[in-house]
Ligand binder design. Structure first.
Ligand SMILES: [Fe+2]
Ligand SMILES: [Fe+2]
Length: 202
């Protein structure tokens, strides 16, 4: 990949989203907000699961506990935005993006190995979400929505950094970085197979 293309991406992602995706998203606001709401719900649920699966990891507990609250706050913000616009929360769709990332996780392995896979998966979802919130915050036509999405971009960037930091803490810098590069590569290939559609965040 050329340096110029790389500079367009954020957070190490290998494949930047075409900014025209924003035009599709704003045409299906109810769908994109619905999908976004469930992304926040899943983020909160995943954080709770991490805590219950790895209760002895003190740093993880300390860092992830407040993120549960934050992600649930995000869920509520999205619901409030729907309400403000006289829109309602739709049904949850199958999340192909997350489904494929979960399939990429190494199965088996030790308890510690599984933690690394989980933390890197979380970091990646946060990174891609952040990249997409950034595009929405820059290019969506409604100024109120630009502000709305900017807040999510900032917050998810912090989560991305936290998950990557925890991955390096528990698996070691070298192992975590090597596996992270594999995740980035896989994710870029995955994104390339998805057609641009405005009804989902990923
Ligand atoms: Fe969030
Ligand atoms: Fe997040």
């Amino acid at each position: 990949m050329s340096e110029s293309l790389k500079s367009k991406t954020t957070l190490g992602l290998e494949l930047p989203t075409d900014p025209r995706w924003v035009n599709l998203a704003e045409k299906s606001l109810q769908d994109i907000l619905t999908d976004h709401a469930y992304c926040e719900q899943k983020a909160a649920s995943t954080c709770i699961s991490l805590i219950t699966m790895y209760p002895e990891k003190e740093e993880l507990l300390e860092e992830v506990m407040p993120v549960v609250t934050e992600e649930w706050g995000h869920f509520r913000l999205v619901i409030a935005e729907l309400k403000k616009r006289n829109l309602t929360l739709g049904r949850q769709r199958k999340d192909e993006y997350v489904h494929e990332l979960l399939k990429f996780q190494k199965k088996g392995g030790s308890y510690e190995d599984r933690l690394l896979e989980k933390l890197l998966t979380c970091a990646l979802i946060e990174a891609r979400s952040c990249e997409r919130f950034r595009l929405l915050s820059l290019h969506i036509s409604d100024p109120a929505l630009r502000e709305f999405y900017h807040g999510f971009m900032v917050s998810e960037a912090g989560h991305y950094k936290m998950f990557l930091r925890l991955a390096k803490l528990y698996a070691g810098e070298e192992k975590a970085s090597k596996r992270w590069r594999e995740y980035l590569e896989f994710e870029a290939g995955l994104m390339a197979t998805f057609s641009a559609t405005g009804d989902r965040m990923h």
